[in-house]
Design a protein around this ligand. Structure first.
Ligand code: GLY
Length: 348
């Protein structure tokens, strides 16, 4: 078991290892003495893991309820958020109580936002059940729902009080969902750690997983500590994501986040090479690592179809866009450029 402590608006532990979900009742009692718990989960994850957690909490004398919503990115919307908030009101939850997000990125983002909004703020614990949410979305405090106009457009920063990454949960993950998470793992190697990239470029052995997840969380911890509110360095975590969000939106969320990130990283790395931002060729190495981890790298959409969707992204401000471009494996530049220049790069 490993613990990474994140220093942001509040300081909290990310605990990583097989079986760490068993720590939940004791940690809840310390963090939220006398508080009630509402588990928030979706209809694929809840049948696997919810009842054991509720039983353990109840045995420890903690009063629990649960709110389950239909799985999938389509549930990450304002209607489901409002329905969760109404549920909390009907069940008489208060600011002293805590939401436990049990699931992947959709669950964590939705629950995090609800915890910030309900009575202007109640407790939050993240229990990610996918590799992707363990290494990325459960840590760092970004919460959101999607709007018709694009992904993650309605949200706030809300740090959790605790993140429990139980690697045992990954045993029930479908191989394609595990591969989705590997896209973010490869991303950390490209943006910050060439040794991590080399370690995962042919896949990850099960007994290496704890160290790999820990290393990703450490990188995220450092970036979040330096730029919690995403005004500078945190953009690094968005390597590949400007195109990825456009690809997801264009596909009507039929292409998953991890797959879209894989396609987006390769395409932006090719642009970085073609226009002289890269010090060494890396697009081919990134594509090979992603393919070795069962991820697609060819995007079904042309750049000109994606361009309009990229200009509604949060990385745009005024007439400019911040792009993350790999200069070599382990190091990326954040380049703010006029939208007209971005259009030029995409059109070439
Ligand atoms: N997932 C990107 C970030 O947390 O900033």
């Amino acid at each position: 078991m490993k613990t990474v402590t994140v220093h942001a608006s509040n300081t909290y532990d990310v605990v990583i290892g097989g079986g760490v979900s068993a720590l939940l009742p004791a940690r809840l009692k310390t963090l939220y003495p006398g508080g009630r718990v509402c588990f928030v989960s979706e209809d694929r994850v809840a049948p696997l893991h919810l009842s054991a957690l509720e039983t353990a909490a109840k045995t420890a004398g903690i009063d629990t309820a649960h709110y389950i919503f239909p799985h999938g990115e389509r549930s990450k919307n304002p209607a489901v958020l409002l329905s969760l908030l109404e549920f909390l009101a009907q069940e008489h939850f208060t600011r002293k109580d805590v939401l436990v997000a049990l699931g992947g990125g959709v669950t964590g983002d939705l629950t995090g936002l609800a915890s910030a909004l309900f009575m202007r703020g109640m407790g939050l614990v993240q229990m990610p059940t996918t590799l992707l949410s363990m290494v990325d979305s459960s840590v760092g405090g970004k919460t959101a729902v999607n709007l018709d106009g694009g992904k993650n457009l309605c949200g706030v920063f809300r740090q959790p009080a605790l993140v429990l990454c139980d690697l045992g949960y990954l045993k029930t993950l479908a191989p394609e969902d595990f591969a989705d998470g590997m896209a973010e793992v490869v991303k950390y190697g490209v943006i910050a750690d060439a040794a991590l990239f080399d370690r995962v470029k042919d896949g990850v052995a099960p007994d290496d997983l704890e160290d790999v997840v820990t290393r990703c969380v450490e990188i995220k911890r450092d970036v979040v500590a330096a730029d919690e509110f995403d005004t500078g360095k945190r953009a690094l975590l968005n390597f590949g994501h400007t195109l990825a969000h456009a690809i997801e939106t264009k596909s009507n969320y039929q292409i998953s986040h991890g797959r879209a990130v894989a396609m987006g990283m390769v395409r932006i790395a090719r642009i970085a090479e073609a226009f002289g931002y890269a010090n060494e060729p890396c697009a081919g190495r990134i594509a090979a690592a992603l393919e070795a981890n069962a991820l697609p790298t060819a995007c079904p959409y042309e750049n000109k179809a994606l361009f309009p969707l990229t200009t509604g992204d949060k990385k745009c401000a005024g007439n400019s866009i911040a792009l993350v471009l790999p200069s070599k494996i382990g190091d990326c530049l954040i380049e703010r450029m006029p939208i007209s220049r971005w259009k030029e790069l995409l059109s070439a």
